[in-house]
Write a protein that binds this ligand. Structure first.
Ligand SMILES: Cc1cc2nc3c(=O)[nH]c(=O)nc-3n(C[C@H](O)[C@H](O)[C@H](O)COP(=O)(O)O)c2cc1C
Length: 181
């Protein structure tokens, strides 16, 4: 059976740096025969976790029904998950953070999600790699808690405007990442 990877896109910018890296990843992964499902967290309606701890009791992952419930079955089903986003204020953009927060539903709902592979694709304007520490370090802890295996990270500093990623190695790195799943 073909492998399945879910890519969560946390950038609202159409044709932006994150989206270009996702496209490069997707092209390579699909070329390898992998099914890629992309979820645009930034243009979807995913609210914050209410900590009601009634996850899956209504039959859906989240009792507060929103677009997380459309991607939750794919996440459950996937062999790999990629989080892709720009850096916003040294951290995750709010839209993708809401998706991350709702991964809690799999813990409360006692779903067996251990053993998945995961990766992070990220970029920022400033030139230093550690600008992305606020995403990279939590990502490692999140993966460890979920018992997911981090297969790689593409962290590209120094990109501000749409298209700036094309002057870096970001899209090549994103394509190479596809081979790690
Ligand atoms: C709300 C907001 C906050 C940002 N915060 C940071 C930041 O803390 N550090 C940084 O280097 N770049 C920051 N940026 C710049 C973006 O990370 C950068 O432009 C990135 O290339 C955008 O990726 P995209 O084209 O995929 O949206 C911020 C941009 C926005 C819109």
């Amino acid at each position: 059976m073909a492998k399945k990877i879910v890519v969560i896109n946390g950038s609202p910018r159409k044709g932006g740096n994150t989206e270009r890296m996702i496209d490069a990843f997707k092209k390579k992964a699909e070329g390898n025969g992998t099914e890629v499902v992309t979820f645009n967290a930034a243009t979807s309606n995913v609210g914050g976790c209410h900590a009601c701890e009634t996850c899956f009791k209504s039959g859906k992952a989240c009792t507060y029904d929103d677009d997380f419930n459309t991607i939750a079955p794919d996440i459950l089903d996937a062999d790999g998950i990629v989080f892709a986003c720009p850096t916003y204020w040294y951290s995750f953009p709010g839209q993708i953070k809401n998706v991350i927060d709702k991964l809690y539903s799999f813990c409360i709902g006692e779903k067996d999600i251990a053993g998945k592979k995961c990766a992070l694709i990220c970029c920022c304007e400033e030139d230093e790699l550690d600008v992305m520490d606020g995403l990279s370090k939590p990502f490692d802890r999140i993966a460890a808690l979920l018992k997911w295996d981090v297969v790689g990270k593409v962290l590209i500093p120094g990109v501000l405007e749409v298209g700036a990623i094309d002057k870096t190695d970001g899209c090549n790195q994103a394509a190479a990442l596809a081979g790690k799943f």
